[in-house]
Design a protein around this ligand. Structure first.
Ligand code: UN1
Length: 496
């Protein structure tokens, strides 16, 4: 039998065990008996040491010229590229997503590393005229200090990369705690960064659980900002704790994303986009298409094609190249999805396909669930309002563009939305009126690229963005600088 490997925390440039000696297992969601690795179960003491190391490293790191900081990121990008396949395989083993998508997840990290490496020679501020003579004005970015990063399991390399890399290029130091379901991918990523030449203490990794390690991280006095991606409930907790000590918090939380299908849409394309958006990553994306509002004129036709496609999907172990839909992440998530199917049935939605866990034969060893389609869903039903995070899509009939937009915006979230139409006027109206942070025309709700801002409105976020150039605002602070070379006292707003 294979003895699973034990992985350590990375604190102050060293791989260390948790102080308590406690560890936890990381298991494969497609094969529950397979232990992917043993990880440190960090507690407040481990977290404090990591935060202190990051605080100690900060004064030097902040003064390393940004282009030099960026060279390290560039080397890490190259190493990620070289090791892409191995990282993707390990990701599928710990997270379950199909290999094709795991490669995409690592690619997102590679893209982000090159992009942020380029930022090292930009990090633009502004120079602007001063209102008084012989006076110069400009603004520059300052790092914040120690950033605490708490990342989810659904994008085990991409999301850590969105947080770590901009934080570092801006001159911050970092403590990261990845989700307990997927610590291995983050371990690999941090190791690559360390080997690329980050000085000791600049990046620190502590693995463990939210209630213990995550909570302790929020409490660290050295931490100046917390960047969190995960559930709305935990996001609220992060926000409340940070408010008490005036830490900045960047929150990226739930979604209830919608595809609007107009009567003039290319229906095959709309179905393609729905299948990809709803069942890709087994529906476990914040950007997943979990609602579709379909014009009544094409409603029946759309449903027929969607159900055919959903039923034809191959569910299984993501390492098998023929598989299109992997398992859910864990038993809890499987339970949640099952509960929501029951809620949908109780609310009177029409279950067209799926709705059950898969438990026969090989399926018994993982958390598999059938791709599920509900029709005749009313916009206010819970299955059309609450995030499910599984392979369940709710199809809602609508009368036209206006009602589709109203349905689209009628949820507590605002991450991503999409319209399928051939009519440019409809596309532009939806583009203007959908109150979401991301919008697509004739493309699904998933697949954001890393050089554009990522984030959402309402309960999806708290007004910040990651990725794109906007991420620099999340991980830095502005300083406005005035240089008066007139040699005399000049009073702004008075002498001009
Ligand atoms: C997420 O689901 O949390 O836009 C991130 C997308 C991916 C990232 C999703 N690039 O679907």
């Amino acid at each position: 039998m294979n003895v699973p490997k034990t992985y350590k925390n990375y604190v102050n440039g060293e791989w260390v065990e948790s102080r308590s000696g406690r560890v936890f297992e990381n298991r494969n969601p497609a094969a529950k008996n397979e232990v992917v690795g043993i990880f440190q179960q960090s507690d407040a003491q481990d977290v404090a040491l990591a935060a202190e190391a990051a605080a100690e490293a900060f004064p030097k790191w902040r003064l390393v010229p940004a282009p030099r900081r960026a060279e390290i990121l560039y080397r890490a990008a190259q190493a990620l590229q070289e090791r892409k396949e191995a990282l993707a395989r390990d990701m599928t083993r710990e997270m379950g997503k199909v290999l094709l998508e795991a490669r995409g997840d690592v690619q997102e990290g590679i893209d982000m590393a090159y992009y942020m490496a380029g930022e090292g020679r930009r990090l633009y501020g502004q120079t602007t005229p001063a209102e008084l003579p012989d006076k110069f004005a400009m603004s520059v970015r300052m790092p914040l200090g120690v950033c605490a990063l708490i990342t989810p399991w659904n994008f085990p390399v991409a999301i850590p990369s969105w947080k770590i890399l901009p934080a570092l290029v801006c001159g911050n130091t970092v403590v990261i705690k990845p989700a307990e379901d997927t610590p291995l991918s983050c371990h690999h990523f941090v190791k690559i960064l360390a080997e690329a030449g980050l000085p000791r203490g600049v990046i620190n990794l502590v693995t463990g659980f939210g209630e213990e390690a995550g909570e302790a991280l929020l409490a660290q006095p050295a931490v100046r900002m917390v960047s969190f991606t995960g559930s709305t409930a935990v996001g609220r907790r992060v926000s409340e704790v940070c408010a008490a000590s005036f830490k900045r918090s960047h929150l990226e939380m739930g979604g209830k994303n919608i595809i609007l299908v107009m009567e003039d849409a290319d229906l095959d394309l709309a179905v393609d986009g729905t299948v990809w958006g709803a069942f890709g990553t087994t529906g476990q994306r914040c950007t997943a298409a979990s609602r579709v509002a379909v014009h009544k004129k094409v409603y029946r036709e759309f449903l027929e094609r969607l159900v055919d496609r959903a039923q034809a999907l191959r569910v299984g172990n993501g390492l098998d190249p023929a598989v299109q839909v992997g398992p859910l992440i864990n038993q809890d998530q499987l339970g949640t999805v099952q509960e929501y199917v029951q809620v949908g049935l109780n609310e009177g939605a029409r279950l067209l396909c799926g709705g059950h866990p898969l438990q026969e034969g090989d399926y018994a060893s993982g958390f598999f669930f059938e791709p599920t389609v509900f029709a005749d869903v009313a916009p206010q039903m819970r299955i059309a309002q609450e995030e499910i995070f599984g392979p369940v899509v709710s199809v809602i009939p609508c009368d036209g563009l206006e009602s589709a937009i109203e349905i689209g915006n009628g949820v507590p979230y605002g991450l991503s939305s999409a319209i399928y139409t051939q009519d440019v006027n409809k596309a532009f109206v939806a583009m203007r009126d959908m109150y979401t942070g991301i919008f697509y025309v004739n493309s699904s709700t998933i697949g954001a690229e890393i050089h554009l801002p990522f984030g959402g409105t309402n309960r999806t976020g708290n007004g910040h963005r990651e990725a794109g150039v906007a991420t620099l605002d999340t991980f830095s602070e502005w300083k406005s600088i005035y240089v008066d070379f007139s040699g005399k006292l000049q009073r702004a707003q008075i002498d001009n």
